[in-house]
Design a protein around this ligand. Structure first.
Ligand code: NAI
Length: 335
C-alpha cells in the first residue's frame, strides 16, 4: 500500500522546491500516493482569506502533509494561512532540527552544530487578536496558556528521552512578561521535574540570541513560545548555511505537516535558483514519521555527498547550480 500524502506546493519558490522533492522521493522507490492541493496567494485572495475546504479534507484523509511556503502580505491583507492551518489541525509542536551539513562551509566549521528547536505553534502573539483602541493606539494580545505550554514542554522532553538528547534550554522573557512568559517557564519546570535524566536550564531570549551566535554548539534542545521560536529559527538557520537548509515538522496529536523554515522567497521565485535542501530534509523527517527510515537515511547521505563534493550547489550556499541540477545530483547519489 502506498503512503497517502497531501502535497501543498504553495507559492513563490514553493512549487519549484516541492517538485524537486517529489523527484527525489520517487527516485527512492518509496511508494507515495500524492494528493496535490493548491494553497497560494491568488487562491486566498479569491476565497477571501479562508483555507480552501479541499486542503483540510485532504489532510483529514492522509493525516500527513508536505508543504511549501505560502505568501502572507506584510502589514495588511488576509491572515497568515500557515498560522491558520496550524491552528485548524492543532499542530501544536513545531520541531526544527538545525544541523551542520558536512561539507557545507560555514563560520562554525571547526565544531558542528546539532540543535533542535521546539516552538509552541498555536498561541502567543500569533493569536491574531489585534485591536485599535483609539486611532494611533493598537494592542496585540499575547496569549499564553498552561495547557499549550505544558503540552509543548511535555512533547520536547519525551522527544529528548526517546532519542537520547541530554539538555533542554527554555527560552523566555519572563523578566518583563512576568505573567505570560512566567507561566510558560513554570510549565517547563513542572515537566522538567519528571525527567531527572535530562538537564534543564533557562535563558532570557536576548541572551540566548547572543549565545547562539557566539557558541551555538553548547545547545542541544531549545524550547520556547511561538514568536521567539519563529525568530530564533531563522537566526539558527543562518548558523548552518541559511534558510535554504533548515527543515521543519508541525506535529499534532493526529496530523503532521512537514515544511521548511523558509518563506516563498519572492526575490528568486520562478528563476530555478531556489535551494530545495530545506524541504528535502523536511521530506526526510516525513519519511521517518512514515516508518521509512532507510529511505530517509539515503536522502540524508545523498545530500551530504552533494555538499561534500561541492560541485552542484545552489547560489545561496555559494554555488552556481540551478535547482534542477542540484536535484539531479542528489538523485545520482541515492544509493
Ligand atoms: P523568505 O524565507 O521567503 O526569504 C528570505 C531570504 O532567504 C530571501 O533572500 C530568499 O531568497 C532566501 N531564501 C529563502 N529560502 C530559500 C531557498 N530555499 N533557497 C534559496 N534562498 C532562499 O522570507 P521573507 O522574504 O521574509 O518572506 C517572504 C514571504 O514568505 C512572506 O509573505 C512571508 O509571510 C512568507 N513566509 C511563509 C512561510 C511559510 O509558508 N511557512 C514561512 C516564512 C515566511
Amino acid at each position: 500500500m502506498p503512503h497517502s500524502v497531501t502535497l501543498i506546493p504553495g507559492d513563490g519558490i514553493g512549487p519549484e522546491v516541492a517538485d524537486a522533492t517529489v523527484r527525489v522521493l520517487e527516485a527512492t522507490g518509496v511508494p507515495i500516493a500524492w494528493e496535490r492541493v493548491e494553497l497560494n496567494r491568488d487562491l486566498i485572495v479569491a476565497t477571501g482569506g479562508a483555507i480552501p475546504e479541499n486542503v483540510i479534507a485532504s489532510l483529514g484523509r492522509t493525516m500527513v502533509g508536505l508543504k511549501g511556503p505560502v505568501t502572507t502580505p506584510v502589514g495588511e491583507g488576509y491572515q497568515s494561512l500557515n498560522v491558520a492551518l496550524r491552528k485548524k489541525l492543532d499542530l501544536f509542536a513545531n520541531v526544527r532540527p538545525v544541523k551542520t551539513l558536512p561539507g557545507l562551509k560555514t563560520r562554525y566549521d571547526d565544531t558542528p552544530i546539532d540543535l533542535i528547536i521546539f516552538r509552541e505553534n498555536t498561541e502567543d502573539l500569533y493569536s491574531g487578536l489585534e485591536n485599535e483602541v483609539v486611532p494611533g493606539v493598537i494592542t496585540s494580545i499575547k496569549v499564553i496558556t498552561s495547557k499549550a505550554s505544558l503540552r509543548i514542554a511535555d512533547y520536547a522532553f519525551h522527544f529528548a528521552r526517546r532519542v537520547g538528547r541530554r539538555k533542554i534550554t527554555a527560552v523566555h522573557k519572563a523578566n518583563i512578561m512576568k505573567l505570560g512568559d512566567g507561566l510558560f517557564l513554570r510549565s517547563c519546570r513542572e515537566i522538567a521535574q519528571k525527567f531527572p535524566e535530562i538537564e534543564y536550564n533557562e535563558l532570557i531570549v536576548d541572551n540566548a540570541s547572543m549565545q547562539l551566535v557566539m557558541r551555538p554548539q553548547q545547545f542541544d534542545i531549545l524550547l520556547m513560545p511561538n514568536l521567539y521560536g519563529d525568530i530564533i529559527s531563522d537566526l539558527a538557520a543562518g548558523l548552518v548555511g541559511g534558510l535554504g537548509i533548515v527543515p521543519g515538522a508541525n506535529m499534532g496529536e493526529e496530523h503532521a505537516v512537514f515544511e521548511a523554515v523558509h518563506g516563498s522567497a519572492p526575490d528568486i521565485a520562478g528563476q530555478g535558483l531556489a535551494n530545495p535542501t530545506a524541504i528535502l530534509q523536511s521530506a526526510a523527517l516525513m519519511l521517518l514519521h512514515l516508518g521509512e527510515e532507510s529511505a530517509a537515511r539515503r536522502i540524508q547521505r545523498a545530500l551530504e555527498a552533494v555538499y561534500a563534493e561541492g560541485k552542484w550547489l545552489t547560489r545561496d550556499v555559494g554555488g552556481t547550480a540551478a535547482t534542477s541540477d542540484f536535484t539531479s545530483a542528489v538523485i545520482g547519489n541515492l544509493k
